[in-house]
Design a protein around this ligand. Structure first.
Ligand code: IPM
Ligand code: MN
Length: 351
């Protein structure tokens, strides 16, 4: 019996989470998976009412669950940064979810902005470091408010943190067994401290422990170029937190947009958290038009990490049968409502 914490969050989060759970229920029934859902009402609305973002008591409870299923965080009336730092990043850091796993896969029938590229060319995975880099929030203002003001923002990269992330990335590449190629995405020509360490750690670990994995390096700017020009070159890519944030939005766009992109915040030995990577889309709230496939795929990733491989595969197969039926993956342009898309996936699962 798994304990799953459900955090629907803000905006359209609750709508897509409902569809994700509908699909999880269907697949669990089929494969005999038992789980208990524990709902937590966190996010912008709660913050506005009570001033609370993530109470200590809730964080304590979240440490005891098997997994967390998150909708979206972000509220138009709350200043940017408050909920992101107080909830999403706080969870990623406190629960030591040091991996952010973001597959970029173009499903059948899905439109991509890249001309002449199809599903056979767009299928790779980003392993984004999720606990360090610029996201540690270290820095300072000097002479704030004066013409001489300086703002310093520090990227902290620890050998231990990098090694943990690289180990996951190498193991993942081996297990995926596609091209057995791991690309380190960095900026060794400018960030000569941070990516010097990343590169040394990458090569040392690869040489010693993963001789079967082909090592490859690309600067982050060139990576953006090649993701558009030759996406088929990539298999698994590993990078730091900030670059990973940026390149995975580009990745989401080439796989059909935020309606389909899912991510996992993973602590391989602890509590992981799965989310559709699009935001709370306040302007679409309550309209039943947003695409729930990203949330549904996040549920599939969750099952995979929990070790329910068959059930996870079944969700992906079902999604791949549904994508060709949709006019588009964009909100309001699917040809179906949010709930209907959930129903279509369920129908494929119960068959
Ligand atoms: C993401 C988001 C977050 C990030 C924000 C909301 C803090 O953009 O999950 O990619 O920057 O990591
Ligand atoms: Mn992002």
């Amino acid at each position: 019996m798994y304990k799953i914490a459900v955090l629907p969050g803000d905006g359209t989060g609750p709508e897509v989470v409902a569809e994700g759970l509908k699909v999880l229920d269907a697949v669990s029934e089929k494969y005999g998976i038992k789980y208990e859902k524990i709902h937590y009402d966190l996010g912008g609305e709660k913050y506005k009412k009570t001033g609370e973002i993530l109470p200590e008591s809730v964080l304590k409870e979240l440490r005891t669950v098997d997994s967390i299923f998150l909708g979206a965080i972000g509220h138009p009336d709350v200043k940017p940064g408050i909920l992101e730092k107080g909830l999403l990043l706080k969870l990623r850091f406190s629960l030591e979810q040091y991996i952010n796993l973001r597959p970029v896969k173009l499903y059948p029938g899905v439109w991509t902005p890249i001309k002449d590229k199809g599903p056979e060319s767009i299928d790779f995975v980003f392993v984004r470091e999720n606990n360090e880099g610029l996201y540690v929030g270290e820095g300072e203002f000097i002479d704030k408010g004066t013409p001489d003001e300086v703002a310093v923002q520090v990227s902290r990269n620890t050998r231990r943190g990098i090694d943990k992330c690289l180990k996951y990335a190498f193991e993942f590449t081996r297990k995926r067994n596609k091209r057995k190629q791991l690309t380190l995405v960095g900026k060794t020509n400018v960030l000569t401290y941070a990516f010097d360490l990343w590169e040394r750690a990458f090569n040392e670990m690869g040489e010693k422990e993963y001789p079967d994995i082909k090592r490859d390096y690309a600067h982050v700017d060139a990576t953006c170029m090649w993701m558009i020009k030759n996406p088929e070159w990539f298999d698994v890519l590993v990078t730091d937190n900030m670059f990973g944030d940026i390149v995975t939005d580009l990745g989401a766009m080439i796989q059909g947009g935020m309606g389909i992109a899912a991510g996992g915040n993973i602590n391989p030995k602890g509590v992981s958290m799965f989310e559709p990577i699009g935001g709370s889309a306040p302007k679409y709230t309550g309209q039943n038009v947003i695409n729930p496939l990203a949330a549904i795929c996040a549920g599939g990733m969750m099952l995979d990490i929990l070790g329910e491989t068959e059930a996870s595969k079944k969700i992906e197969e079902a999604v791949m049968k549904v994508t060709p039926k949709l006019d588009s993956l964009s909100a309001g342009k699917m040809g179906y409502s949010t709930q209907e898309v959930g129903d279509l996936v369920v129908k494929e699962i119960v068959g």
